[in-house]
Design a protein around this ligand. Structure first.
Ligand SMILES: *Cc1c(COP(=O)(O)O)cnc(C)c1O
Length: 410
């Protein structure tokens, strides 16, 4: 039979896995421990010879169901969930890399990932930051000890789109792990597996879970990387099919050593939220496109950054790769306008640091999320003092446009 669509597959995901009592949602399993009639079975679970649960830090049935959902959404091999994005990215990199290894990263990064990469450098893992909108910059930065390339699909807040396809080809050629943060696009707009990504990050806190009521992030192995060539896999994880070596080491070492485990209640919220991903993402992206065009034509706005605008440097690439251009855009105001006043006058836009909510949110980025990194690094990322980043929700388009109009025109 023909492979089912994105929505159908996701909506029926829990049910297809023979859940308890035929329930349609995987229940919230709160038990931390699991009992075994035969102590040998417990030992076999520990040794990976038998499927089963041992302890809540490593595994939980509600979380496992969510991981399966995300693996299906990404058309990929397997996933591991973490309590936050920073837990996910730090656990993945610390379980796969060693002191003396080198990463090439896009310099246009989520602020906290940037902060983590600075910490990694203090621990002896080298990081080169490059403009990843052009594969040549990535290629030039590769060294003998390079193990991994890290990029985001659409960067925050200036919306640069990495040279996703060509970097994927380069990683394949050089045998490098290609880690793609797909948070801004979500697996509905873009599946990084199609550009040869090895590991995919999705912050479910954002578009997938969406309601701003739970934190959680999943790392997915696309199944494309040949882990038998990756020297840092520990001997103990080399017994099964090499396809699973990477994700097993991330799961076993990452969750054990750093303990950023996703809780079952959060997993349940995120799974339910995910059911409407496609509808919301289409609506929010359409709203963002309409508002970005409105701002681009408004005399009080100096610059509008959105991949859906024809003038955006990577508009062609975004059109080719993504189903829509996402729901984040940023503006620079003209000098006479104050970013705080503009936000305060808006009625439908909440001043808030989250993104990917059902509601429209706005934030003066230089004074908040990018404050700590300093003016020099902000400047290199193209972040001006008057910049406002908007995360567009699913309100009626005309209400949002009217709100922007009244606030900007005063
Ligand atoms: C929010 C976000 C994350 C996850 O961060 P947490 O807040 O730690 O969950 C990761 N990447 C991007 C691009 C994000 O926007």
């Amino acid at each position: 039979m023909k492979k089912k669509g994105f929505n159908t597959t996701n909506l029926h995901s829990d049910r297809k896995d023979s859940p308890e009592h035929g329930v349609l949602h995987k229940p919230v399993h709160t038990s931390v421990a699991y009992g075994y009639e035969d102590a040998r079975h417990l030992a076999e679970v520990f040794q990976g010879k038998r499927e089963g649960y041992n302890y809540g830090r490593q595994l939980n049935p509600t979380v496992t169901a969510l991981q399966k959902r995300i693996s299906k959404m990404e058309n990929s091999l397997a996933s591991v969930a973490f309590s936050t994005g920073m837990g996910a990215i730090s656990s993945t990199l610390l379980s796969l890399l060693r002191s003396g290894d080198h990463i090439v990263s896009s310099s246009f990064l989520f602020g906290n990932t940037n902060s983590l990469f600075n910490t990694l450098q203090r621990l002896g893992i080298e990081v080169s930051f490059v403009d990843a909108t052009d594969v040549c910059n990535v290629e030039d930065a590769i060294k003998e000890n390079t193990k991994l390339i890290f990029v985001e699909t659409i960067a925050n807040p200036v919306t640069q789109v990495a040279d996703l396809q060509k970097i994927g080809q380069l990683c394949k050629l050089k045998g490098l792990v290609y880690m793609v943060d797909n948070t801004m696009t979500s697996p509905h707009l873009f599946q990084p597996r199609n550009v040869n990504a090895s590991l995919i990050v999705n912050s479910l806190t954002k578009y997938i879970g969406v309601h701003g009521n739970a934190l959680g992030v999943v790392v997915t192995d696309s199944g494309l990387y040949d882990w038998s060539t990756f020297k840092n896999i520990l001997e103990i994880y080399r017994s099964e099919d090499p396809k699973f070596w990477g994700i097993t080491q991330i799961k076993k070492k990452g969750l054990r050593d750093l303990g950023a485990t996703l809780g079952p209640e959060a997993a349940h919220h995120l799974a339910v939220g995910s059911e409407t991903l496609q509808l919301r993402m289409d609506k929010a992206s359409a709203n963002a496109l309409a508002l970005a065009k409105f701002c681009d034509n408004h005399p009080k706005v100096q610059n509008t950054y959105y991949p859906g605008l024809a003038k955006h440097p990577e508009h062609g690439r975004a059109s080719q790769l993504f189903k829509a251009y996402g729901a984040i855009f940023s503006i620079d105001l003209i000098d006479s306008l104050d970013c705080f006043d503009v936000l305060n006058r808006m009625e439908c836009v909440i001043s808030s640091s989250n993104l990917g909510d059902t509601r429209t949110l706005g934030i003066p980025v230089a004074h908040t999320i990018y404050f700590e990194m300093g003016a020099k690094r902000r400047n290199s990322m193209g972040i001006s003092d008057s910049m406002i980043r908007f995360s567009i929700g699913i309100e009626e388009t005309e209400d949002l446009i009217a709100d922007f109009e009244q606030s900007l025109s005063q």
